[in-house]
Structures are given as C-alpha cells and as structure tokens.
Design a protein around this ligand. Structure first.
Ligand SMILES: Cc1cc2nc3c(=O)[nH]c(=O)nc-3n(C[C@H](O)[C@H](O)[C@H](O)COP(=O)(O)OP(=O)(O)OC[C@H]3O[C@@H](n4cnc5c(N)ncnc54)[C@H](O)[C@@H]3O)c2cc1C
Length: 536
C-alpha cells in the first residue's frame, strides 16, 4: 500500500457530486496566484452527473453524455483519483481507496477533509426490492431503465400467446411521488406513449403507467395547488396515480402493495428511500436522526476542526429554521461557504456562515409542462417548463454542453423519439431473485434458461398429471435438468414460502460445468436422483 505524504496543506474532497465539485471549483478559485495548498478529489467515476436532467435520458430527449461532464475539465488544478473510497481514518487523517490495476489500495493523507458523499439508494429490509426494483440516481440507472423499457416493449410486441406476460411487460410502475419519482414517471410516460404506436404488435391502450405514493398528494415539498396541477396533468396524459399506497415488496413479475394488492409488472422503479452513505454511517462523528453528519453553519462537522460536510450527506442548519433539504441548489451554495471557511482556516481569515434561504422549487412534468415556486411566486404549465429549462440549461457546467443540450432539445421537437437499446453488458451474470408464495418460477414445457439455488424460503416441484414430487429448501438447487439435457422444463416449480434464490444463466452454467467436472457431476447426480427417486 503506497502512502503519499502531503508537502503543502492538503484539502481532500470525498465525492464528485454537486457538493464536492463546487467545493473544488471554489477552492481552485481561491488557490489562483497563491498555490499555497493542494486539492485532491476522490470519486468513483471520472465525471460529474447533472442529476436534475437525468430523467430526460429515459426518453433520449438529451444524449447520455450530455448530462455528464468530465471532472478533469471542471477541476483542472485538482488531483483527481477515480477510485472507490474504502475507509476513512479520522485519527490518522488518512483515506484509503480501492485497488486499481494493481491489487493494492492507496492511502491519501489530508489536513482538511470534505465529506460530500451524498446518500445511497438502499432497499435493505424491503422484500424482493433489492433484486427487482430499479433505482434511479446515477447515469447507469438511467441508461439501464431506458434499455429495460425498450426491451419490455420489444418483447411485448412479439408475445402473442402469454397474455399475463404481455400485461406485465406493458405495465410500468414508479414508486415515490417526490420530485424525482414525478419526473421519472413523466418522462417514462411520454416516451412509452410516443413510441408504443410504432410497434405493430402493441395496442397503445394496453399500456399502463402507475405512480405509487404513500401520502395524500404527490410533490409534498410543493404548495398544494401546484401539486394538484401536477396530478391533473399526469392523469390527463394517462398516468394512474395511486395515493395513500405503499409499495411493500416486489417479485420479478409483481409489485406488492401494503394491503395485499398485486400489480403485475416487469418494470418497477423506486425512487425511495435514500439512506445514509455506508462510509458516513461508519464515521464516529455526530449525526442527525436520519444518519446525516451534523455540522454548524460554517459547515464544520460538530466537534471537529478539520472535517467539513455538505450536500445530501450533511444535516445543515437552514437560515429559516430546521435543516436544509437535500437539493443541488443548497449543495452548491454550501460548497461556496465550506471552501471559503477552509481557506480562512488555512490562511487565518474570517469565516462565513451559510445563510442561503433557497430560491424555490421546480419539477418537470414532461410534455412541455412543469410546476415551479420561485421566490414565492407559483407558476405552472408551459411558462414553468420554459423557466425550468432555461435555469437548468444555464446551470449546466460549460458552454459546449449547454449548446449540445439546447440543440438536443430543439431537435426533439422535430424528430421522433430514439428507440435504440444499447446492449452494453455481455451477460446478465448471476442474479438474486425473489418469489412470493404461489408464484411460479418456471412452468413445465418452457425452455430452460437458468439454474436456481435457494437461499431462503421453500419451493415445490410439481409434475403435470402426477402432482407434487418434491419440496426444496435453502441450499438446494433446481432447474438443472433442462440445462444438463438441453431440453424443456420437465416440471413446474412454485414458491411455497417467500423465497430468495440465486439464478445462474445458461451460458455461465455451461461454462462452469465444462471447466469444473465435479460441479457438473454433482448437478448430474441431483438430476439422476430426481429423475429416478429411490422407493420410499
Ligand atoms: C433524479 C434526480 C433529480 C433531481 N432533481 C433535482 C432538481 O431538479 N433540483 C435540485 O436542486 N436537486 C435535484 N436533485 C437532488 C440533487 O441532485 C442532490 O441534492 C445533489 O446531487 C446532492 O449532491 P451531493 O454532492 O451531496 O451528492 P451526490 O450528487 O449524490 O454525489 C455524491 C458523489 O459521491 C460519489 N461517491 C459515493 N460513494 C463513493 C465512494 N465510496 N467512493 C468514491 N466516490 C463515491 C458518487 O459517485 C457521487 O459522485 C435530484 C436528484 C435526483 C436523483
């Protein structure tokens, strides 16, 4: 493990989101001409994501790379480490990052630490959600969702025999009626309803798009009249809004609601809940009830002299009382104050406090409509949408990117939506899947495409005309028969008690079985035992 010892005082920023990048920009501004401290930033990716425009990636209104900017261009004087942060040692003032090409971590010493790690989407403790709900937070999530929607449409267009599967493929569910959930469902709805008529095998009336929200109105952060406007607009465009409805669990084919209702779907997006970052959770520093680092109005973490925190991972006192909401507009203003105060500490100047009151709130509803509350003035419809676009366009870092986005928006008015499904991953790999009691994992006669290993729960194997032939529990596998013999499923497997499984696709199974004879033989023994059970 290599250790870099700083010569000049070093400010180490963890995270390259709004909070981290803007802190870096302000520090670079202060550094000019003096060069009396170093700036190092660690981020998992080498780009900054402009999250407010992320939902537009779903419909392809703007290009994938238009919502991101290379950090090296934004912060030319900062030393960038594109690595995952593994640990933070506050006592030794060292941050360790994950190995790169060499199997060694890297330690970075600091004098001042800026924690700007944001939050994480975490479906911990929610049955089946970790396996089947799609998060929506970063570029990968947006691309994955877009590809998944197109895949569902392509499959639905040729699925003529299984009506239940068609229904699942053409039902799209978004859980969470806050800003991101509303923006995601609006873009998803616009996209699917625009492209569906182009598929000869899909009747657009079959498409269902639902927004689930636990409160009694969507956009709880906004004035009620604007939230009601948003509800009306979305409903007019075909979004079914289900209020006072809580998503409780998910399987690969259903969204399960509290109260027992089941919505058949193959596309479930959940924009809730945001959890504290695991690295922040581990820090022995004061935190609020929701796990955010508590800071004073100078953005210094309570009880420290060299640790600063801001953005979504910090609980920052708001000028109007309470704490700041987790928004980009707050993160960027906090960055200016934190950077000023770090420089003041290094050079011995006076510090500033964070007094920003928030300029307002805006939410896009797609289809040239939005809601906005700016400096107390409420606007909705086309004017709000125009303001939304102008403000965010001007906030995008760099003129080049602004030009690209402006031209993409202009072309979007003239050209039909792009339907290209980018297949980036060569294989699906091993995946976890969740099943609820009564659900079929596969049906007798279907083509075998994967092997399953039960992690928790129980399943029964049923043969047509015979009945139940076996019950399986944790540690047991099923589905091997069709893969070993390259034939169709010779039985139906149904979940008996809520079950988590590991699903190994055929290509991976075949590869492993070819190179690990013991594994193949053990699967063959299981298959032989099941084909010819000993007399009881
Ligand atoms: C879909 C969506 C739409 C939004 N729309 C708006 C809007 O219209 N207006 C608004 O004001 N706000 C909006 N927000 C909220 C806003 O984007 C966030 O408040 C803001 O991004 C918070 O910035 P941050 O820097 O604190 O966290 P983040 O932006 O989450 O940045 C955290 C950074 O830390 C990095 N990181 C995390 N863990 C590690 C690790 N272990 N190692 C290395 N790097 C790591 C991440 O890669 C990321 O770059 C939206 C959010 C979403 C998801």
């Amino acid at each position: 493990m290599s250790t870099t010892s700083p010569r000049k005082p070093r400010v180490l920023i963890l995270g390259g989101g709004f909070a981290g990048i803007y802190t870096g920009m302000e520090l670079e501004r202060a550094q000019k001409g003096r060069d009396d401290f170093e700036i190092v930033l660690v981020n998992s990716e080498n780009y900054f994501v402009f999250q407010p425009m992320l939902p537009e990636v779903i419909s392809g209104t703007i290009g994938l790379t238009d919502v991101v900017s290379p950090i090296r261009r934004l912060l030319p004087r900062t030393e960038l480490h594109v690595r995952d942060i593994e640990s933070i040692d506050l006592g030794r003032k060292i941050v360790t990052t994950s190995p790169g090409f060499r199997p060694q971590g890297h330690s970075i010493a600091y004098d001042h630490l800026v924690v700007a790690l944001g939050t994480v989407t975490d479906f911990r403790g929610m049955r089946g959600l970790p396996d089947h709900a799609l998060p929506f937070k970063d570029l990968g999530d947006a691309l994955h969702l877009r590809n998944h929607i197109i895949h569902a449409l392509e499959e639905a267009a040729i699925e003529t025999s299984d009506h239940e599967l068609r229904r699942q493929l053409l039902t799209f569910v978004v859980a969470g009626g806050g800003f991101s959930g509303v923006e995601v469902v609006a873009e998803l709805n616009d996209f699917v309803r625009e492209v569906a008529p182009g598929y000869r095998g899909i009747d657009p009336r079959e498409v269902r798009i639902l927004l689930l929200h636990s409160g009694d109105r969507i956009l709880p952060e906004m004035d009620a009249s604007l939230a009601l406007f948003a509800q009306k607009k979305l409903a007019e465009r075909g979004v079914e809004i289900r209020l006072k409805t809580r998503l409780e669990a998910a399987s690969g084919t259903e969204a399960l609601l509290a109260g027992g209702e089941r919505i058949p779907t193959r596309t479930l997006v959940s924009t809730v809940p945001a959890f504290p970052h695991p690295l922040v959770e581990k820090l022995a520093l004061p935190k609020s009830k929701n796990g955010r680092l508590t800071v004073d109005r100078r953005l210094q973490v309570d009880g420290t002299t060299d640790v600063w925190a801001l953005g979504d991972c910090a609980s920052v006192p708001a000028a109007e009382g309470g704490t700041c909401p987790p928004t980009a507009q707050h993160a960027t203003r906090q960055a200016a104050v934190a950077a000023h105060n770090i420089v003041a500490t290094l050079r011995g100047g006076t510090s500033r406090t964070f007094d920003f009151k928030g300029l307002g709130k805006m939410g896009s509803l797609g289809h040239r409509s939005a809601v906005a509350e700016i400096l107390g003035v409420k606007v909705s419809g086309f004017i709000a949408w125009w303001i939304w676009r102008t403000i965010y366009l001007m906030k995008l870092p760099g003129w080049g990117r602004r030009l690209k986005v402006a031209s993409a928006w202009t072309l979007d008015v003239l050209l039909p939506a792009d339907l290209v499904q980018l297949k980036l991953a060569g294989s699906r790999g091993i995946a976890r899947e969740h099943f609820e009691p009564g659900q079929e994992v596969f049906h007798e006669g279907e083509l075998g495409d994967r092997v399953y290993i039960i992690l928790t729960g129980r399943a029964q194997i049923v043969k047509d005309g015979v009945g139940t032939v076996a019950e399986l529990g944790p540690g047991e596998c099923f589905g091997e028969m069709a893969l070993l013999k390259e034939s169709r499923r010779n039985a139906t497997v149904r979940c008996l008690a809520a079950m988590d499984v590991l699903a190994l696709p055929k290509s991976e199974f075949t590869m492993l079985a070819a190179h690990l004879p013991d594994l193949r033989q053990s699967f063959e023994r299981v298959a032989a035992r099941r084909a010819d059970p000993p007399p009881s």
